[in-house]
Design a protein. Structure first.
Length: 330
């Protein structure tokens, strides 16, 4: 368990380490404890890398040999390991969840400490809502037929007919389509939350709080789409008159199912990404295989990626390109 922890600390290290191909050799440097300036970060026998500082560059994460390798600096009395250097740079307020965060490789250099980017969240949610409305107009003759009429009067009457659980839609619409909507909207918030986006599925408090925030945002956007001024109650006036399927097509089912089952779906995608997709990527660098598993096993995340102008297989924490292997998760 200690070894796994040190390895994870190493891969998250913010400073420049020594790559494999710049080693000049190994030596033993075991200074007496009395010569150590900071006894808290002095270790026992260490294999020390002797290298010139000018040769150090950003490492390939997969080529770092061991978290117990230290960098030897002749001007210092103590040998520092990479793990100890990282440990010394963290403030006491850093939470354990930060050790599970993968680095951002998207090139956006987002600060981990910044809050939710509400401007981008609103914009992407509006794009998604507009897409859903356009899809309804393009595929539903009843929606196109009911576009006529007084806007505000018909809207108020449509919302006023909200009652009951069933709205007459098929199972596929109520319990697959609408939860997928909630998953997409939840992922939109997560993508714009630097703290939440870097968390993977697990038992950490930070992870579950971030997903509860996603469920809250899914509830807001779903409610707006169902009974708000830019959704079903205005565009097509769902609920204004009884339909062939239901005497009250404006019902509570979608208001409840979309955020709750949608968030459960989102968490399921997080699990698949960690325990299935990453394991597949650890064994192949084939781009087509990678993008197919990323896309089909995480459809909600894929749609949310498109709302922010990214390819549907995009991941902020790891590239699709060959050689960018994801770590094996046990």
């Amino acid at each position: 368990m200690l070894t796994l922890t040190l390895i994870s600390l190493l891969t998250l290290s913010p400073f420049k380490a020594v790559p494999h191909n710049s080693f000049k050799g190994f030596s033993i440097n075991n200074p007496p404890a009395s010569e150590c300036q900071n006894k808290d970060i002095c270790f026992g026998p260490e294999r020390v890398i002797e290298t010139d500082a000018a040769e150090a560059r950003e490492p390939d994460r997969d080529s770092i040999p061991s978290p117990r390798l230290g960098i030897h600096n002749p001007g210092m009395k103590c040998t520092y390991t990479q793990a100890s250097l990282l440990e010394n740079t963290l403030s006491p307020s850093d939470s354990p969840a930060q050790f599970r965060r993968a680095p951002d490789v998207s090139g956006k250099n987002v600060e981990q400490s910044s809050g939710i980017r509400w401007g981008a969240t609103l914009k992407e949610s509006l794009i998604f809502t507009t897409t859903m409305n356009l899809f309804r107009v393009a595929t539903e003759p009843s929606t196109r037929k009911d576009l006529r009429g007084p806007f505000w009067s018909d809207y108020i009457h449509s919302v006023g007919h909200l009652k009951g659980w069933r709205d007459g839609d098929e199972f596929l619409v109520n319990y697959i389509g609408h939860p997928l909507e909630g998953t997409v909207v939840g992922n939109i918030l997560i993508h714009n939350d630097p703290k939440g986006a870097s968390l993977q599925f697990g038992s950490s408090r930070e992870y579950w709080i971030s997903r509860l925030k996603a469920m809250g945002w899914a509830a807001v956007i779903s409610t707006q789409f169902e009974i708000g001024p830019f959704g079903e109650a205005t565009i097509g006036n769902v609920g204004l008159v009884p339909s062939d399927k239901s005497p009250h097509p404006m019902a509570y089912v979608d208001l409840v199912v979309t955020p709750i089952i949608g968030t459960a779906w989102l968490i399921g995608e997080d699990m698949l990404d960690r325990y299935v997709v990453k394991k597949i990527e650890a064994h192949t660098t084939n781009r087509f295989v990678r993008l197919m598993f990323r896309s089909w096993l995480n459809p909600g995340r894929s749609f949310a990626n498109m709302m922010r102008g990214e390819w549907w297989w995009h991941r902020d924490d790891r590239p699709l390109k060959e050689g960018g292997r994801a770590p094996v998760i046990h």
